[in-house]
Design a protein around this ligand. Structure first.
Ligand code: 13P
Ligand code: ZN
Length: 276
């Protein structure tokens, strides 16, 4: 048995590979973090390095995540290499008892560091864990091309984007019934984008980063990947439709009454504020 065979590392690696295969991770684009369960930690602990790394301050603080462990992709690492050189491309970090610093306990060989978006992921793990009574454990950021294309031409607000995505593909409203948040263009990797995103993630489980990509959260790898995939697929159809009809509004679309009806029949609460 090796650490690469433990279920949490296997699920993490598979998701990185799936994202690479979708074309969402050019170069080092995108990042993934997972808040480990006690069982996960017990399974990987025998593989921890004898000497953990130094404590590194994150510039953000979340006391509720003190003492937790996260699997994280490395800064500057390529998603396509995660399956091939796992302990170089990803690592496990432990959070200190104040909830403001991490240290590396496994992986990120050769002097690697957690993703530059780790402060953003960390703050949003805290927000999403609170919003879902601890259920959400995964945060995923990808450079999804069609979503980025939409941000080049549409007004950058949650209502506009949610409605366009819901009305393009029928089951979108089932997958993200609250809609998606939209963060205006910002410098990546800083505390400003961390805070702006975390404000939105109190309401939504997905936030669009203008001219940059998408940021999603969920309880497990499949659900979070599925959310990213669904949003990007709808965006892709939206872009294709706009390309073939001269960038005009669609001739046929799902009505607001139709969206409400899906909510009723699927027994899900949809964000009424986004419906006419
Ligand atoms: P990292 O390589 O530091 O994860 O950065 C990639 C990225 O997509 C930043 O938003
Ligand atoms: Zn990015």
């Amino acid at each position: 048995m090796s650490i690469e065979e433990t279920p949490c590392i296997q699920g993490f690696v598979r998701m990185c590979n799936d994202g690479w295969n979708q074309g969402w991770h050019e170069r080092n684009g995108g990042n993934l973090t997972y808040r480990m369960t006690d069982e996960d930690v017990a399974a990987v602990k025998p593989y921890f390095t004898e000497e953990p790394g130094n404590w590194v301050e994150m510039g953000v603080c979340a006391e509720d995540l003190a003492g937790q462990y996260f699997i994280t992709t490395g800064s500057g690492k390529y998603m396509r290499n995660v399956a091939l050189a796992t302990s170089d491309a990803i690592g496990i970090v432990e959070i200190n008892d104040k909830g403001d610093s991490y240290r590396i306990v496994w992986g990120l060989d050769n002097g690697g560091r957690p993703t530059s978006e780790f402060p953003t992921h960390f703050l949003n793990h805290s927000v999403r864990a609170k919003a879902t009574q601890g259920a959400n454990r995964v945060i995923y950021h990808a450079h999804t091309p069609a979503v980025i294309a939409m941000t080049n031409i549409l007004p950058l607000d949650a209502r506009t984007f949610s409605r366009e995505l819901w009305k393009t593909m029928t089951e979108c409203i089932v997958v993200f019934p609250m809609g998606v948040g939209v963060v205006p263009w910002m410098v990546p990797g800083g505390s400003e984008i961390a805070v702006a995103t975390s404000e939105l993630m109190k309401t939504y489980d997905a936030a669009i980063w203008s001219q940059h990509g998408l940021f999603c959260s969920g309880p497990d790898f499949d659900t979070t990947f599925g959310l990213m995939h669904t949003i990007e697929k709808s965006a892709q159809i939206w872009c294709q439709t706009r390309a073939i009809n001269g960038n005009q509004p669609f001739a046929n679309t799902i009505t607001d009454e139709g969206l409400r009806q899906i909510g009723k029949d699927f027994n899900i609460e949809v964000n009424e504020a986004f419906l006419d």
